[in-house]
Design a protein. Structure first.
Ligand SMILES: [Zn+2]
Length: 156
């Protein structure tokens, strides 16, 4: 992402580095997964830690932002396609109640230095656009792990 997109939580400021999608969702709510989840990966501007915001995607009304991306999804794995304009705000829910915990990133090297935030409200995207993603990546979610000693806080 170009510079300038930030997430502010309390006195912490996180800069958006990149975002990516998983299917099915990597987080589960009450034992259930969602068809997709987007991860907004941020870097804390003061500390050497990451802050990842997860948002569940469910089939429903077409989401213009996601539909624009889905249209540009490459047809083959490994193919790269540049997109001109992406507004990540279009993939955020209307309400910002969220769960939060400290944990590792879900892709190697799975470094234990992330602040996870997961919004409680999912965002609707077109079912056909979900299909475009899942036909390329049938499953790219890390298997669910136990919370171990972590406390998961719900904030709304
Ligand atoms: Zn991820």
């Amino acid at each position: 992402m170009p510079e300038g997109s930030t997430l502010i939580r309390g006195d912490r400021v996180y800069e958006l580095i990149q975002f990516h999608f998983h299917t099915p969702s990597e987080h589960h709510v009450a034992g259930k997964s969602f068809p997709m989840e987007v991860h907004f990966v941020h870097k804390d501007t003061d500390r050497d830690t990451l802050g990842v915001l997860g948002v569940f995607l469910t089939p429903g009304a077409t989401n213009a932002g996601f539909a624009g991306l889905a249209e540009a999804f490459p047809m083959r794995l490994g193919e790269e396609i540049a997109v001109d304009e992406v507004d990540p705000n279009g993939l955020l829910p209307a309400s910002f109640g969220y769960w939060t915990y400290e944990g590792s990133l879900t892709t190697p090297p799975c470094t234990e230095n992330g602040d996870w935030m997961v919004t409680m409200e999912p965002v609707q995207v077109g079912a056909a656009d979900i299909k475009r993603f899942t036909s390329l990546y049938p499953s790219n979610a890390r298997p669910i792990h136990s919370p171990n000693r972590r406390f998961i806080l719900g904030l709304s």
